[in-house]
Write a protein that binds this ligand. Sequence first.
Ligand code: G
Ligand code: G
Ligand code: MN
Ligand code: NA
Length: 259
Amino acid sequence: LVMEGDLHRALEEGQFELYYQPKMDVISSRVVGAEALLRWKHPTKGMVSPVDFIPVLETSGMIIDVGQWVLEDACKTLVKWSEQGLWHEGMKLSINISPRQFRRAAFVQDVIDTIERFPIPPNSLDMEITEGIVIQRVEDAIATMTLLSDKGISFSLDDFGTGYSSISYLKRLPVSTLKIDQGFVRDIIVDRNDRVLVETIITMGNLLDMELVAEGVEEAEQLAILKAFGCHFYQGYLFSMPVELAVFESILRTDQQRI
Ligand code: G
Ligand code: G
Ligand code: MN
Ligand code: NA
């Protein structure tokens, strides 16, 4: 059982760490970016999954401080990668933003202050939000996203297809990317309904000029189907699990040697 006190200590003692899952171009098989995923390296329990502690962070309100830590760590890393020539124009690092974080009145100003302190490459930061964040107060969400979009931050709708998936607001939102939930990708080969759903999401996304990222791609055959449907990018064990910083950096170096 994860306790709030343990999480306070984790933040103070630097036990949080970001892992990175490469985001791949379906056609070229090149690395186009990554998703940063939070990990807790507990001194005795080992690696604790975010599934076990994000809910505690949310209910306790600690997600604000931890979310700020994630943003700062991601920005520091982006600055470092660009200085080392590892990060090229057009590449994006995505961080996950929780509902409580996104809805906070000070969110926009805190983010702007942070990206001014860490001079990240233009348009290199992306924020993943879920449909649930947006649906309740669409006008507020649009205002928040517009202010941050003006600063070069892009938005992705995470877990797309699992929630409300209302196309009526989709076109109005300043969202550049739809992330197709891994639950639909998993059975794409064997389940006709999932296949139809994924094809529909991809077709709709393309018609709305959005980028499409398939999540949880584990098999070459899944990738072939996604490619045929017109999906642009993918993440998944087929190429790589989320990995620690040093491993992701070696993936970036290897990718660049392919030019
Ligand atoms: O990596 P995986 O087990 O890595 O992630 C599990 C869940 O935790 C996912 O739904 C993911 O969106 C969420 N998650 C991972 N990192 C973060 C983070 O930094 N902030 C928030 N709010 N959620 C995260
Ligand atoms: O909710 P969100 O999409 O942010 O969470 C991503 C989650 O999916 C993380 O827990 C990550 O570790 C996991 N993940 C990433 N790639 C794969 C994959 O190919 N298969 C499975 N089963 N999980 C994956
Ligand atoms: Mn995500
Ligand atoms: Na997702």
